[in-house]
Design a protein around this ligand. Structure first.
Ligand code: ME8
Length: 636
């Protein structure tokens, strides 16, 4: 079977955050599950770069827009790597492969009369990249409940797309395909919206040049949503590409509830007009909300740095939290305390503890070798029954794009495993020679439960699988979804080992404590150097430099190679900060660079400048400025 799943392509006008991470991690878990059941999977993500708001942000940063988006896109890719996202393709809408498809589709729709030229007179919300008619505005502002920002008046010649012509066909499709828009509450919203009547959509702009030019009328650039939605087929090489023939239609477009309307109205109508099949499912999940009830978003400034969260809790625990806390059909509550709570209770207490105590007993009572089991008793039969039920339900939940529901099921099995340990009390069996065979059965069952848990958790926490396999003394090839409810898979005689705790408990105050550390043995300050003349100081040129990428210099402990941007120009700088910063924590930071220092070679790399850092008593902190300052700004 083939399986094609997509995330939205995100605007690279700011770095990714926990919200964008949620959709990507959820799509990743579903894609991984489908690979495990043997499907041929295509998992697509990417960035939506031709938006006016992206252009405006670059302009505000005084940067060439392409240089700007290149830097932000690197940040997306670095985060996806840190979160173990297994995408098969990353499409950028500035790529020619995408432009060519958009141009040909726009021309085709024009030639067949579905796009026509007229004049647009109305309002536009740039943050939402949405056209609004006067009567839809709320107090003269954007009516989107998450936005409410000022709109701009537009009066320009534009091309229009005949949405109205396809209104009835779309309604018919939604009514006859009950699973097309999910969850069903969103389907009902969409039906009501379409029944209210569709107006033709303005699909070109003339007041700026950033974007894809209309091929037969280059004063116009294609409206960003028309352009963006086409990514789902341009990435497959539409219309001739083998990927298109193999994978279209998509099985699921996973999106946030904010953009269901674009996917459930504009996208199907484009496809209908092109006479190609519609995607099978558009799933609109809820939002992660902060404690104060606002949506987590870059513009609200309430998004925590995802790299820092990964550094603190690990990619698996962050993935687990994100997937577990967003219940189907509702919004999810985001807080760092919430991550710690899930980590300490579900991961450390329930899962980690079961694995570590059962392995400890295998080590203690059977010298770490899995015994051959004897006869099953009702307790084992009950576990076996439950494993079948849990596997079935997990599959059902993942088919319904509900990773939280799937994890809830899996944790029913975790809870049962812990109860099994208490009920069988192996420590008591070990004291009775008559119970040797019973103890063998119980200990073997422990090992099988651990294997089953390694299988079931693999799509959600891919970093955990090899760690469990290592403790269990098996190759990763033993991780087979088909065998998640089969028993007797592990050969007796495996050498298990009790390794590091899989999820050490975390004390949140470690990260939130404001208390100063003990002051005993204060380090000494370096003496101040000899005076210099102002003219000497004035020779130094300090600039804000935005870090685009960072990587450790191979075979060194201290050096990091940075790519920085100053006034739209890239430079390489080698800095001795590797003992204090992980490379991924540096991307996106705006540091202070001594910009006119003579280049020097470090480990064969030419370093063009030096970044400033404060250091005292063995700790070091780089000097940074906030994002109001573009790369290239003078520091005096
Ligand atoms: O809308 N909680 O891009 P975008 C959960 N480029 N998910 C969230 C979230 C939150 N607080 N915040 C964002 C666009 N998301 C267009 C898409 S597709 C052809 C074009 C996720 O960068 C969620 O998936 O604004 C949402 O739909 C998406 O990020 C919006 O990303």
């Amino acid at each position: 079977m083939k399986y094609y799943i997509t995330t939205p392509i995100y605007y690279p006008n700011s770095n990714p955050h926990i919200g964008t991470a949620y959709t990507t991690v959820a799509a990743d878990a579903i894609a991984r599950y489908h690979r495990m059941i043997g499907d041929e999977v295509f998992f697509l993500t990417g960035t939506d770069e031709n938006a006016q708001k992206v252009f405006r942000t670059a302009e505000a940063e005084k940067m060439d827009p392409k240089v700007y988006v290149d830097g932000v896109v690197e940040g997306f890719k670095t985060l996806w790597k840190a979160l173990d996202i297994s995408y098969d393709d990353f499409i950028r809408t500035t790529e020619e492969r995408h432009h060519a498809v958009v141009r040909s589709i726009f021309t085709k729709l024009y030639e067949q009369g579905d796009i026509y030229k007229s004049e647009y007179s109305g309002w536009y919300c740039t943050p939402c990249e949405t056209f609004w008619t006067e009567n839809k505005l709320l107090d003269g502002k954007c009516p989107n409940p998450d936005c409410g920002r000022p709109v701009e008046l537009l009066k320009e010649e534009s091309y229009f797309f005949r949405l109205s012509k396809y209104q009835d066909a779309l309604l018919e499709h939604i009514r006859t395909h009950p699973d097309f828009i999910q969850p069903h509450s969103r389907r009902n919203e969409m039906l009501r919206f379409i029944e209210g009547g569709l107006e033709d959509l303005c699909v070109s702009r003339t007041t700026f040049e950033w974007g894809i030019k209309v091929p037969f009328d280059p004063n116009h650039v294609v409206y960003v949503w028309l352009d963006a939605l086409i990514n789902y087929i341009s990435a497959l090489g539409y219309a001739e590409g083998g990927g298109y023939a193999r994978f279209w239609p998509a099985d699921v477009h996973l999106v946030g509830k904010d953009i269901v309307r674009f996917h459930a109205v504009i996208w199907p109508i484009i496809l209908m007009a092109l006479d190609i099949p519609l995607p099978k499912v558009i799933y609109g999940h809820g939002w992660y909300m902060s404690k104060d009830g606002g949506k987590i978003s870059k513009s609200r400034g309430n998004a925590q740095d995802s790299f820092e969260l990964i550094r603190r809790y690990g990619s698996d625990a962050l993935r687990y939290f994100l997937l577990r806390e967003m219940q189907a059909g509702t919004d999810g509550a985001y807080s760092e305390d919430g991550i710690v709570e899930r980590l300490n209770s579900d991961l450390a207490n329930d899962l980690g503890n079961f694995i570590s105590r059962s392995l400890a007993m295998l080590v203690k009572f059977r010298s770490g070798l899995t015994p051959a089991p004897g006869q099953d008793c009702p307790l084992e039969l009950e576990l076996k029954e439950l494993s079948k039920e849990v596997k079935r339900n997990t599959e059902r939940k993942l088919d319904a794009c509900d990773p939280a529901g799937a994890l809830e099921e899996i944790w029913r099995f975790v809870a049962r495993c812990n109860k099994y340990v208490d009920e069988t009390a192996p420590w008591a069996l070990a004291r009775d020679e008559q119970q040797k065979e019973r103890l063998d059965t119980v200990l073997y069952t422990f090992a099988e439960c651990i294997r089953i848990l390694a299988v079931l958790t693999a799509p959600f926490m891919p970093g955990l699988t090899p760690r469990i396999c290592c403790q269990l003394g098996v190759e990763e090839s033993v991780i087979s979804w088909r065998e998640a409810d089969q028993w007797g898979i592990l050969a007796p005689g495996l050498a298990v080992q009790r390794g590091e705790p899989l999820f050490p408990r975390i004390d949140i105050s470690e990260f939130t404590s404001k208390e100063e550390p003990e002051t005993a043995g204060e380090p000494e300050f370096e003496p101040i150097k000899a005076e210099i003349a102002f003219e000497d100081f004035a020779k130094l040129d300090f600039r804000v430099a935005r870090i685009i990428s960072a990587e450790k210099v191979e075979k060194t402990d201290k050096l990091i190679k940075l790519e920085v941007e100053i006034a739209g120009v890239k430079r390489t700088v080698v800095s001795g900060i590797a003992e204090h910063y992980a490379p991924e924590d540096l991307v996106g930071q705006r540091v202070i660079l001594v910009a006119n220092l003579k280049p020097t070679k470090l480990r064969g790399i030419t370093s063009q400048g030096m970044i400033l850092a404060a250091s005292h008593g063995g700790s070091l902190e780089i000097l940074t400025v906030g994002d109001r300052m573009p790369g290239g700004a003078r520091v005096k």
